[in-house]
Write a protein that binds this ligand. Structure first.
Ligand SMILES: Nc1ncnc2c1ncn2[C@@H]1O[C@H](COP(=O)(O)OP(=O)(O)OP(=O)(O)O)[C@@H](O)[C@H]1O
Ligand SMILES: [Mg+2]
Length: 342
């Protein structure tokens, strides 16, 4: 069936069963997992198996828009609500009435907007910008995120009451490297699909070798990365060497095992050690300050980029700097991406 999660691992089997059981309950659900593990596919599967299939399926990417735009996108506005609002616009909540509202990247939603969302989930209605009249919605809200929301709760980045409202059902999709049994099944499925899609294209490497090599890989980009690798070796007809080039080398062993220790070094300002400056003129406080700031900034920015998988937009949000500033700092401070990031 279309939109079915493929796999034989315990994790995927359980998720398929859970989806079958909850699809028609309309219980608010959050799907968790790393990038590319199949969160959106799971949401579509829920929708398709529910009695809302055929009703609207409306997706909002909570990470893609600045706050005010996201708000008007979700709740809509009346004509004249703000400069440029030339005609009334129905928000996604209204469009999803009777169907599914998929809030993707919910972990990136700001706290003020989280409050507004909570209000809608509690009351079942909302008021578009510039309107006096509340609009009812019966949308089934399903969310997805690659954040650990429970950690975000503790850090004060996600509202606890909203978390409980949203996550009557929790679905966690394991990274592909933790369920290697699924890899051969995905390979077979996608090779067949690409053969049909790119007529005349075939593998130049024996299938058994492809499977062996791909099962041993750690898949930082999960199923999406697997699809890309298969497409490449089929369309370009790469040999074994080409295949090896597509697979990113393993990262160096994790730095500090203790995250608290790591946090402490980040704020301790160890860049202030005067012994590092080999001539006294370098000890002008201005220079010391600049050097210390550069060192701390380099470490913090590198750390945040590492944590976000070098997703620069996400990093700018965490660091609260503009995209342009981030690019400048990466260059100026000489922050090197890992080899698998372009
Ligand atoms: N178990 C699976 N079986 C078949 N296809 C899968 C499976 N998991 C993922 N895919 C496919 O992999 C691709 C990436 O999946 P999807 O977009 O659902 O990931 P995601 O978790 O939403 O990623 P992101 O966090 O980057 O948005 C899609 O084309 C999806 O159909
Ligand atoms: Mg997604």
């Amino acid at each position: 069936m279309e939109n079915e999660l493929i796999g034989v691992s315990e994790n995927i089997r359980r998720i398929r069963e859970l989806i079958d059981r909850v699809a028609s309950t309309g219980l608010n659900t959050v799907v968790y997992g790393e990038t590319g593990v199949g969160k959106e596919l799971a949401v579509q599967s829920l929708y398709q198996k529910s009695d809302r299939a055929g009703k609207p399926f409306v997706k909002v990417n909570c990470a893609a828009l600045p706050d005010t735009l996201l708000e008007s996108e979700m709740f809509g506005y009346e004509q004249g609500a703000f400069t440029g609002a030339e005609r009334r616009r129905r928000g996604k909540f209204e469009q999803a009435h009777g169907g599914v509202l998929f809030l993707d990247e919910i972990g990136d939603m700001s706290l003020p907007l989280q409050s507004k969302l909570l209000h809608v989930l509690q009351g079942g209605d909302f008021t578009p910008l510039g309107s006096e009249k509340a609009v009812k919605t019966s949308a089934w809200v399903i969310a997805a995120t690659n954040h650990d929301l429970e950690k975000d709760l503790v850090a004060g980045k996600f509202r606890e009451d909203l978390y409980y409202r949203l996550s009557a059902i929790k679905i966690y999709i394991e990274p592909l490297r933790n369920r290697p049994d699924d890899i051969p099944h995905l390979i077979h499925y996608y090779i067949e699909q690409y053969k049909a899609q790119f007529a005349g294209k075939a593998l130049r490497i024996p299938l058994a070798n492809v499977i062996q090599r791909l099962c041993a890989y750690r898949w930082p980009g999960n199923v999406r990365e697997l699809q890309n690798v298969l497409k490449r070796i089929m369309i370009l007809g790469d040999g074994e060497e080409g295949l090896n080039g597509l697979l990113a080398p393993a990262p160096p062993p994790a730095a500090a095992p203790n995250p608290v220790g790591r946090e402490q070094t980040l704020v301790s300002g160890d860049a202030l050690d005067p012994h590092e400056f080999n001539d006294l003129s370098a000890l002008s406080l201005k220079k010391v300050r600049k050097r210390a700031m550069d060192k701390v900034e380099k470490e913090v920015i590198g750390y945040v980029l590492g944590k976000t998988g070098w997703n620069r937009s996400k990093a700018t949000k965490i660091l609260k700097i503009s995209y342009k500033t981030l690019l400048y700092k990466i260059k100026d401070l000489g922050i090197e991406p890992p080899p698998d990031v372009m």
